[in-house]
Each structure stands twice: as structure tokens, then as C-alpha cells.
Design a protein around this ligand. Structure first.
Ligand code: FAD
Ligand code: DHB
Length: 391
């Protein structure tokens, strides 16, 4: 098999890239190791930056998002039993975010790809990227029990943190920047209307909690838990009790309970692989970088990378100039490091480290007070949360 762009992975990065290339008249093949149902059900991110929503719309993938997605003009910070609302449009010149789950973004992009896009092969596992440093890179993969080779002009590794693409970059040419955290998030989906109409990020002495949503009828909630926690060790009642404690306020706000339909634990990590390109192999999304989820940046970064790649390749096809492709890694990394910084800061602001001292607790509260009382500090948060410009 032969194609111009071989894409490994049908997460948001790979699927959107396939769409952008299709719209630009560039052929591509997507290889995905899992089956379609698995990809469409994997619960992950829920917040689209304004720029991400705009890209999906411009790519022709925004119709259901515009119908069913929820526009959010702010978030609430909760600390010391108090509530503070951050008003995004007022602080950023009109920007907002959209609550629309990653599962739905993927479903929409898969449907478009299967209707009129190029090949999208499920249960096709890439085994290795070969000859990345030459003009003729290849992806060796296994599909329907057989090994095969996809000959490409370019390969884009959109295969997430555990994928194979990154391994094709010689270790001697790469630098990795990494940090792990001694806690993770226990995430649940519950069949109950969200108890607040915007997201609530809560800092509590017992740990962080987040109230989010998937629809007006379905809540998505998270609890900071120790690293290595087994989700099944938490009964539904224990989860609701703990959420209630961490969201407590001095007013009459109440957390509504309902049946929990899914629960899982996500570990937290900061990770950047530099460079994001080697020869004709390009890395995009989680294959190149991971952020802790507190700033809701993972999916949005993946979108930024593939927009940058599609633009660069289109420029190359139209003008013959490799300038933008050559700048790909540096262009993406500027935005990646801003998101790394923001995600780290939000994590440090809101989580309680196991060995936190009383001094550090007071500093966290002072930082939150600062955001609540200074328009400059609040604007800094609002600008980063609603998103940095692409490229
Ligand atoms: P992925 O979505 O990981 O997609 C990679 C795809 O490649 C997958 O479909 C995988 O099956 C496929 N693949 C892997 N290896 C191969 C191979 N060898 N051959 C073929 N295909 C392969 N972000 C937030 O903002 N908020 C959250 O709450 C949040 N929760 C998360 C929970 C978890 C458990 C994880 C892992 C991530 C979470 N994220 C969250 C981050 C966000 O979901 C990711 O940043 C986003 O999915 C990145 O998209 P991607 O397309 O780069 O990678
Ligand atoms: C969601 C996840 C996040 O990481 C976040 O910061 C906000 C919302 C969510 O899954 O809804």
C-alpha cells in the first residue's frame, strides 16, 4: 500500500489530521490498532478551546458540536468554602470554551472519514516506522492477521503516549523533559444533571475535586486520589461522600447524586519529547507530549499540532518550500511549553501533595485569593484556559 501521509492512530489528532488533509486534497491512510467501538467509547477530555471549536467547524466537523455542545463563559474556583467565578469573555475580549466530549469529536470525525475520506483501518496495529530519516519512510503494520507495509512520503505519529512512532527517533537526537505526580484522578460519569451550570475546580485540604459535565443530564466528576489507586476500591457512596466534602461551601449549594455508570483512574504526568520531528516522521498530540489534565489542554494541544502540520504540508505542496515543515517542531513546541506551564501551575494551585506543609497550604490559598482579587491575575488564567493561538 502507498500513500502521501501515513497516519498512525485514530484519536483526535489522527482523525482531525486525516480530515484536514482530505480537505486540502492530500491523500492519507489512517492505521488504528483498536476497534471502532473502543475508540468511540474511551472517556477522556471534555473541554474544547475556542480555537479548537473553530478548527472543527472550518473542517466541516462542527455541525453536531454546534447543536449539542455547551458554550461556557466561565469556570468557578472553589476554596476555603468560598466560590469565585472567572468570567472568560469579560477578561479575554469575548473568548469562551465549549463542553463537548472527546468521544463525540471522535465519533463525528470517524463518520466523516468513513463517508468520503481516505482509508481508515481499525484493528491495524503499527509495528514500527522504518527509514524515517529518508525520503521514503514506511510503516510496518499488522491487519487481519497479516503483516503489511504502508509506503509514505510522510509519516505522522498520532499514536498517543504508548505508541511506536516516537521510538523511531534515535535516542541520541532526542531530549525528554518529564515529571510525574504522586496522585491521579478518579473520574466518574453519573446519570444526574450537573449540580452547577459551569465547571467547578475545587481546592480542599482533602485534595482536589472537579465538577464537569457531558450533557444537561450527565455529570462528569473527578477526585484527586493517591497514585496507584484502584477505582473499584471506591464504592459509589464513598465517591459521592468525598465529592460532597471537597465541594462544600458556606452557602446553600448542594451536590446532586445519581447512578455512577463508569469509573476509572488516570495517572498524571508532564512529558515533552524534543524534537517533534525526525526527517519525514512528525509526532503530534500525546505521542510527543503529555500534560496533567487540570488545565484541560491535552486534546487542544493535539489539535494545534495537526493544524500546524496540515498547514505546513499544504504550503509545501503549493509552493515547493519546506520552510514550514522545517519549522514544525519549533512552532508546536512554543505552544506546547505554554500549555505545560499552565497545566503544571493549575495542578500545583489546586492539588494537595501528600507531604504538603501548612506553609504550602497557605501559599495555595494566597494564590487563589490573588486570582479572585486581581484582574491581572484572573486575566492570566482566563487567557490560558480559553487557549493560546495556533502556530
Ligand atoms: P490518543 O487519543 O491517545 O490517540 C492515540 C491513538 O493511537 C489511539 O486511538 C490508540 O489506540 C492508537 N494507537 C496507539 N498505538 C498504536 C499503534 N501502534 N498502531 C496504531 N494505532 C495506535 N485531557 C483532558 O484535557 N482532560 C481529561 O480529562 C483527560 N483525560 C484523559 C484520560 C486518559 C486515560 C488519558 C490517556 C488522557 C486524558 N486526557 C485528558 C488527554 C487527552 O485525552 C489526550 O491529550 C488526547 O486524547 C490526545 O489525542 P491524541 O490523538 O494525541 O492521542
Ligand atoms: C474535563 C477534564 C478536564 O481535565 C478538565 O480540566 C475539565 C473538564 C472533563 O472531562 O470534562
Amino acid at each position: 500500500m502507498r500513500t502521501t501521509v501515513g497516519i498512525i492512530g485514530a484519536g483526535p489528532a489522527g482523525l482531525l489530521l486525516a480530515r484536514l488533509l482530505h480537505n486540502a486534497g492530500i491523500d492519507a491512510v489512517v492505521l488504528e490498532s483498536r476497534d471502532r467501538a473502543y475508540v468511540e467509547r474511551r472517556q477522556r477530555a471534555g473541554i474544547l478551546e475556542q480555537g479548537t471549536a473553530d478548527v472543527l467547524r472550518a473542517a466541516g466537523a462542527g455541525e453536531r458540536m454546534d447543536r449539542e455542545g455547551l458554550r461556557h463563559d466561565g469556570i468557578e474556583l472553589r476554596f476555603d468554602r468560598r466560590r469565585h467565578r472567572v468570567d472568560f469573555p469579560a477578561l479575554t475580549g469575548g473568548r469562551s470554551v465549549t463542553v463537548y466530549a472527546q468521544t463525540e469529536v471522535c465519533k463525528d470525525l470517524i463518520a466523516l472519514q468513513l463517508q468520503g475520506g481516505g482509508p481508515l483501518l481499525f484493528e491495524a496495529e503499527a509495528l514500527a516506522v522504518e527509514d524515517a530519516g529518508t525520503d521514503a519512510p514506511r510503516i510496518r503494520f499488522r491487519h487481519e492477521g497479516r503483516e503489511d507495509v504502508l509506503e509514505c512520503a510522510y509519516v505522522v505519529g498520532c499514536d498517543g503516549f504508548w505508541g511506536v512512532a516516537r521510538k523511531a527517533i534515535p535516542a541520541g537526537l532526542a531530549r525528554v523533559f518529564e515529571r510525574t505526580y504522586p496522585f491521579g484522578w478518579l473520574g466518574v460519569l453519573a446519570d444526574v444533571p450537573p449540580s452547577h451550570d459551569e465547571l467547578v475546580y475545587a481546592r480542599h485540604d482533602r485534595g482536589f475535586a472537579l465538577l464537569s459535565m457531558r450533557s444537561p443530564a450527565v455529570s462528569r466528576l473527578y477526585l484527586q486520589v493517591p497514585d496507584g489507586t484502584d477505582a473499584e476500591a471506591w464504592s459509589d457512596e464513598a465517591i459521592w461522600d468525598e465529592l460532597e466534602r471537597r465541594f462544600e461551601t458556606d452557602d446553600d449549594w448542594r451536590l446532586e447524586r445519581g447512578p455512577i455508570t463508569q469509573k476509572s483512574v488516570t495517572p498524571m504526568r508532564s512529558y515533552v519529547h524534543e524534537p517533534m520531528r525526525h526527517g519525514r516522521l512528525f509526532l503530534a498530540g500525546d505521542a510527543a507530549h503529555i500534560v496533567p489534565p487540570t488545565g484541560a489542554k491535552g486534546l487542544n494541544l493535539a489539535v494545534g499540532d495537526v493544524v500546524t502540520f496540515a498547514r505546513a504540508l499544504t504550503h509545501r505542496q503549493e509552493t515547493g518550500s519546506p520552510q514550514l515543515l522545517d519549522a514544525y517542531s519549533a512552532t508546536c513546541l512554543r505552544r506546547v511549553w505554554q500549555a505545560e506551564r499552565f497545566s503544571y501551575d493549575m495542578t500545583a494551585l489546586l492539588h494537595r501533595a501528600p507531604a504538603a506543609t501548612a506553609f504550602e497550604d497557605r501559599l495555595q490559598l494566597a494564590r487563589l485569593e490573588r486570582i479572585a482579587s486581581s484582574r491581572a491575575a484572573e486575566t492570566d488564567l482566563a487567557e490560558a484556559y480559553t487557549g493560546f493561538p495556533f502556530g
